[in-house]
Design a protein around this ligand. Structure first.
Ligand code: ADP
Ligand code: MG
Length: 259
């Protein structure tokens, strides 16, 4: 029998992984003459948690913004839950599938926490106000700040605001959640409370694509790590393999700086 001491640690979360829900093939993106994405290929399965790391300017944000068409790509193809992302077509359908959380929380300052959460479900989904509020309170409970429901964003800490932003994205029942450096703007003591919410979401089976430099989170939660460099994915591997034995020179340099 295998020596338990040398066996890999038990999988931290038991999730089932299903069909591909994000398929990017040879994706390109230019900003004028600048070639920001250079032929990105990626397939993410339902239930997978994929962490994206890489140097500043390597195209991480650009890539995840192309997935919900915040930025149109200009070459290759992207399919989200079977829906091809083509120009302005299918935009609304795709955005219903994909929730996004940014570094800056982007809450509406003039709306209460609860109104921030109920706005899109009532306007876009046609939910009744009562229905949206009940669901909103349930989501606020899930992210641990139900008691803040009637405050305004400015009255909350950064960590609380980011948890509201997560609840707001979840209110649309997305199949996929994209996070772009969700803890980078937070004071250290608030990072954990946001990562804990993200871990719970991962355990619940959500498909997640997360740009973050939080290595503890990546090790504990990620199924895969993607390392971006100069507009492309240069490593796509497990957290263990990535940390123990990065293949790419830029990945080695990057790890030596952040670990
Ligand atoms: P990362 O998130 O990895 O730091 P980004 O995806 O934000 O990198 O940016 C990749 C490159 O594309 C950078 O060189 C950046 O300056 C450029 N870029 C991003 N957005 C724009 C834009 N709207 N206009 C022009 N250049 C941009
Ligand atoms: Mg970025």
């Amino acid at each position: 029998s295998p020596d338990p001491a040398s066996a890999p640690a038990a999988a931290p979360v038991a999730r089932t992984v299903g069909e591909p829900v994000i398929v990017a093939q040879d994706v390109h993106k230019h900003f004028g003459a600048f070639h920001a994405l250079r032929g990105v290929n990626l397939s993410v399965r339902q239930g997978e948690v994929v962490v994206i790391i890489g140097p500043s300017g390597s195209g991480k944000s650009t890539f995840i913004r192309t997935i919900n068409a915040l930025d149109p790509h200009d070459g290759g193809s992207i399919t989200v839950d079977g829906i091809p992302l083509q120009g302005a077509r299918n935009l609304d359908a795709i955005r219903r599938e994909v929730g996004m959380v940014f570094q800056s929380f982007n809450l509406f300052p003039h709306l209460t926490v609860l109104d921030n959460i109920t706005l899109a479900p009532t306007r876009v989904r046609g939910a009744s106000k009562a229905e949206a509020q009940a669901r909103g309170l349930e989501l606020l409970r899930r992210v641990g700040i139900e008691e803040q429901a009637h405050k305004f964003p400015a009255q909350l800490s950064g960590g609380q605001q980011q948890r509201v932003a997560i609840a707001r994205a979840l209110a649309m029942d997305p199949k996929i959640m994209l996070f772009d450096e969700p803890t980078s703007a937070l004071d250290p003591e608030m990072i954990k409370e946001v990562l804990d919410v993200m871990k719970e979401l991962a355990r619940s089976g959500m498909t997640m694509l997360v740009v973050t430099h939080e290595m503890g989170f990546a090790r504990e939660v990620a199924d895969r790590i993607l390392f971006f460099d100069q507009g492309n994915i240069v490593e796509d591997t497990t957290p263990e393999a990535f940390y123990q034995n990065p293949q790419h020179e830029r990945a080695k340099q990057f790890l030596s700086k952040i670990l």
